[in-house]
Design a protein. Structure first.
Length: 317
C-alpha cells in the first residue's frame, strides 16, 4: 500500500468563510503561521501533503497571500524544521536573517522555522514546500544562519539535483512503501546538505554583483526614512554607476526603486500593527519612512495591501 496524501482545499467552503478557513489550516499544518491575503476577500487555495520518513512534502496552490512568523511564536514551536519553498508557478519572496530573496520556477530557498520569517506570494502560486527536521543538517556540522533566505538551483549543479529529487519524490510517493519513502527522505536530505555545502563554499567569496546587491539593501535599510533616497543617491553613496545598480538588482522583481517602495510600505505596515504606535498619526508614520506625499502613500499602500491605510490600521486593531 502506498503513501496516502492529506488533502485540504477551499472548494467546499462558502466564499465568505474561505479566508478564515485557509488561515486556520495554514496555522495547523505549518505550526502556527499567521496568514495574510493582502486584503483580498475572494480566495481559493488547496494543499496536498505527503510524508517521506520525517520529511513533509506539500504541494500548495493558492491565490496571492503572505505568511509570517514572529520570533516569540518561532521560539515556542515544538518541532524545529527547515522549510524549503520551490515554485512551480509564480514566485516567492523569503525574508529572514536580514535578507530578502525572491525565487521563481526552477529555483528554491530554505529558511529556519525556529526564527522569525515572512514569505510573500504576491501572485497566484503553485509551490512545492518541503519541511525537514533542522537537526538533520545541524548534526552534520553546518552553520545554517548564513545560508538561510538565499537563492538556489537556478544555476544548476547539486542544487538543481536537489530540486528535481524533491519534485520527483512528491510525484512518486503515493506508489511507495513506508520503507522506500524513508529512503527517499534520506536522499532529499543528502542533496539539500550537499547544496548547503556548495552554497557555504561560495558564501565567503560571493560575486561582485551579489555583494553590491547586499550593500544596496543595507543602505536602503539604514536610510529608509530619508525622502531623498533614490537610485542616484544610492549610486553616489556607494560610489558606483546607475548601470551597476540596475545590474545588481536584475534578478529582483521590482528593481531598486520598487525594492525601496516595498520596504517602506512594509515598515509602515509593521508600525501600524504595533499597538505601541497607536497614538501616532498615519501621516507621521508615513513621513518617518520617507514618504512625502500622503495621496501617493495612500494610493501605493492600497495597491500593495488591498486596503487604504486608515482601513488597514482599523482592522489591525
Amino acid at each position: 500500500m502506498g503513501i496516502s496524501a492529506s488533502v485540504m482545499n477551499t472548494d467546499q467552503v462558502p466564499v465568505p468563510e474561505r479566508a478564515g478557513f485557509w488561515s486556520d489550516c495554514i496555522n495547523r499544518l505549518f505550526c502556527g503561521l499567521k496568514s495574510d491575503l493582502y486584503g483580498d476577500t475572494d480566495f481559493e487555495g488547496g494543499m496536498s501533503t505527503l510524508r517521506a520518513g520525517d520529511l513533509v512534502l506539500t504541494r500548495l496552490e493558492a491565490n496571492r497571500h503572505r505568511v509570517m512568523r514572529s520570533a516569540s511564536l518561532a521560539r515556542s514551536t515544538e518541532t524545529a524544521y527547515l522549510k524549503i519553498v520551490a515554485p512551480y508557478v509564480g514566485c516567492a519572496g523569503v525574508e529572514q536573517k536580514g535578507r530578502e530573496t525572491w525565487v521563481t520556477p526552477d529555483q528554491w530557498s530554505i529558511y529556519d522555522t525556529t526564527d522569525s520569517y515572512a514569505v510573500a506570494n504576491p501572485v497566484r502560486v503553485e509551490h512545492l514546500i518541503v519541511m525537514l527536521p533542522k537537526e538533520r543538517l545541524v548534526e552534520r556540522g553546518l552553520s545554517l544562519d548564513p545560508l538561510m533566505a538565499r537563492r538556489l538551483g537556478g544555476s544548476g549543479g547539486v542544487a538543481r539535483l536537489a530540486l528535481e529529487t524533491m519534485r520527483s519524490a512528491y510525484r512518486e510517493l503515493p506508489g511507495m512503501s513506508e520503507t522506500a519513502a524513508r529512503g527517499v527522505g534520506d536522499a532529499i536530505t543528502q542533496f539539500v546538505h550537499l547544496s548547503m555545502l556548495d552554497l557555504a563554499g561560495i558564501g565567503t567569496a560571493t560575486t561582485q554583483r551579489e555583494a553590491l546587491r547586499e550593500r544596496i539593501k543595507q543602505h536602503v535599510t539604514a536610510h529608509l526614512g530619508d525622502p531623498a533616497l533614490s537610485v542616484d543617491a544610492i549610486a553616489l553613496a556607494l560610489n558606483c554607476s546607475r548601470r551597476h545598480l540596475y545590474n545588481a538588482f536584475s534578478e529582483e522583481p521590482d528593481g531598486v526603486a520598487g525594492y525601496i517602495l516595498r520596504r517602506r510600505l512594509e515598515a509602515c505596515r509593521k508600525t501600524f500593527d504595533d499597538h505601541a504606535n497607536d497614538q501616532r498619526s498615519i501621516t507621521d508614520i508615513a513621513f518617518s519612512f520617507g514618504f512625502s506625499n500622503m495621496a501617493h502613500f495612500s494610493r501605493v499602500f492600497r495597491a500593495h495591501l488591498g486596503l487604504p491605510p486608515s482601513d488597514y490600521r482599523r482592522t489591525a486593531g
